[in-house]
Design a protein around this ligand. Structure first.
Ligand code: GLN
Length: 475
């Protein structure tokens, strides 16, 4: 299980070394046995997985192409809905919620022959940077079990790092794919906003939410994105832009490519993380990339800007969990307003409540202009920083996180210091550009560190070319 890629599974299936059903059975047994170490899966889906695997075997037997993800074991973050399969958003409120439909990304995965093993743990409603806000307990980092896997897609990063899935889907609103990928030592991709349909992704902050892949190799993430990307009439914000053949562009040649190094990202980057990032930059130079310093001057305002916009949107999106339209209603209520109050009071964890209060505050009359409107203006300036930088360079490179995985419990009582761990990732979401994390080594303590690469809107190809070339060269 642990060594597979999309290609190795495909060739094993076609050479009849194993059937998709055999692989699925082994994958499920391995994942169930390993899961207690990390708590990365919340729900397993054996029947669904075996049915999908049998469908692949039948296609192969009939001589039909079994699809680009044939037989590949996949974990799906539990904020992405799956028909008939419990989807909790790691919240007590939805502990027994069975969705009546599949997210578009899930439909596309399964049409491509993918085998969904189960749903992965995360921060409640994707709010957090450490996966400690899950109502079902934290995830532990497979590289160091006393440390966090990052968040909010901690479970999706952990299953790939642990080898209990070959691929997974996560969601990124302010770094939730790249930061856990970096902490766990796997590849994590945030596509351009609108590249992948959000239909069936539980809304946190709709103008920032993305679905994206995790894998061990860049090539596998490129292949997975290929399958889930593209216009979907169920999501009006999904883009019409054609989806290029990402994997075909991965020839390892990045000679002459111009890479920008933002001064704001490197200035305070002492420490082992900084050394590993600089070493990765040297590898890119050896491959023939030209590097130059660029400026992203509005970076210092990004966290404040993000935590105004994201909480504002969250306060509105989370209003739907009222005990009427979804599961779990507090019984001890005599009046309608008590029913709302008690249901929501019991159902939401502390971080969700904090954000609902903050978001309601910044949207309220009298504060709207001072906070929400101001943050939208800052967001435009941050996006403009990137467009100006991309007039000079093809890709931008920097760290994902200022530090590697921290200890469980280390930051839970200090939300502001938790928010600061998002400094290098949230700008990409605010600008809506594609960005990703690729492993670039480990600290002396064996903690993985990720290199972040950003590209222009809809130019995932360049981002994949840089990271694939880097991954080949750095082995
Ligand atoms: N850590 C950020 C937050 O807590 C990002 C979350 C995300 O990307 N879903 O909001």
């Amino acid at each position: 299980m642990t060594g597979h890629t999309i290609d190795s599974i495909r060739s094993g299936l076609l050479a009849k070394k194993f059937s998709a059903e055999e692989l699925a059975r082994e994958a499920l047994a391995f994942a169930e046995a390993e899961n207690p170490k990390t708590n990365a899966y919340l729900t397993f889906a054996p029947e669904r997985a075996l049915a999908a695997a049998r469908a692949v075997d039948e296609k192969i037997a009939a001589g039909i192409d079994p699809g680009p993800l044939a037989g590949v074991p996949i974990g799906v973050k539990d904020v992405i809905v799956t028909r008939g399969l419990r989807t909790t958003c790691a919240s007590r409120l939805l502990a027994n919620y069975i969705p009546p439909y599949d997210a578009t990304a899930v439909i596309r995965l399964e049409q491509a022959g993918g085998v969904i093993l189960g749903k992965t743990n995360c921060d409640e409603f994707a709010m957090g940077s450490s996966n400690e806000n899950s109502a079902f307990g934290p995830v532990r980092n497979p590289a160091a079990l006393d440390r966090v896997p990052g968040g909010s897609s901690g479970g999706s990063a952990a299953v790939v790092a642990q080898g209990t899935a070959t691929l997974s889907l996560g969601s990124d609103t302010g770094g939730s794919i790249r930061q856990p990928a970096s902490f766990c030592g796997v590849v994590g991709v945030t596509p351009t906003y609108g590249r992948v349909s959000r239909y069936g992704l539980t809304a946190f902050a709709s103008s920032l939410d993305h679905i994206g892949p995790f894998s061990r190799t860049v090539r596998d993430s490129a292949r997975l994105l290929q399958v889930i990307a593209g216009r979907d009439e169920m999501d009006a914000t999904s883009a019409f832009a054609p989806v290029p053949d990402y994997a075909a562009a991965l020839d390892g040649n990045v000679r002459g490519m111009k890479i920008g190094l933002p001064r704001e990202y490197f200035d305070n980057l002492a420490s082992e993380t900084g050394d590993l990032i600089l070493r990765a930059v040297e590898v890119l130079k050896k491959l023939g990339c030209e590097t130059r310093e660029i400026r992203l001057p509005h970076t210092p305002y990004a966290i404040a800007c993000y935590y105004v916009i994201a909480t504002a949107e969250a306060s509105s999106n989370l209003a739907r969990y009222d005990g009427v339209r979804y599961t779990s209603r507090a019984d001890a209520s005599d009046t309608l307003s008590d029913m709302y109050r008690i249901t929501r009071g019991e159902g939401f964890g502390a971080e969700c409540k904090r954000r609902i209060m903050l978001g309601t505050y910044v949207l309220s009359a009298g504060y709207y202009d001072a906070y929400y409107l101001k943050a939208q203006k800052v967001r435009s300036l941050i996006a403009r920083d990137y467009s100006e930088a991309f007039e000079q360079v093809d890709a931008i490179v920097g760290p994902v996180s200022p530090f590697p995985a921290f200890k469980l419990g280390e930051k839970v009582d200090d939300p502001v210091s938790m928010y600061l761990s998002d400094i290098y990732t949230i700008t990409g979401d605010l600008a809506g550009i594609p960005c990703m994390s690729v492993p670039c080594g480990s600290t002396a303590d064996g903690l993985p560190v990720g290199l972040q690469v950003f590209a222009r809107h809809f130019d995932e190809t360049t981002m994949f070319r840089v990271t694939d070339a880097y991954q080949r060269a750095s082995n």
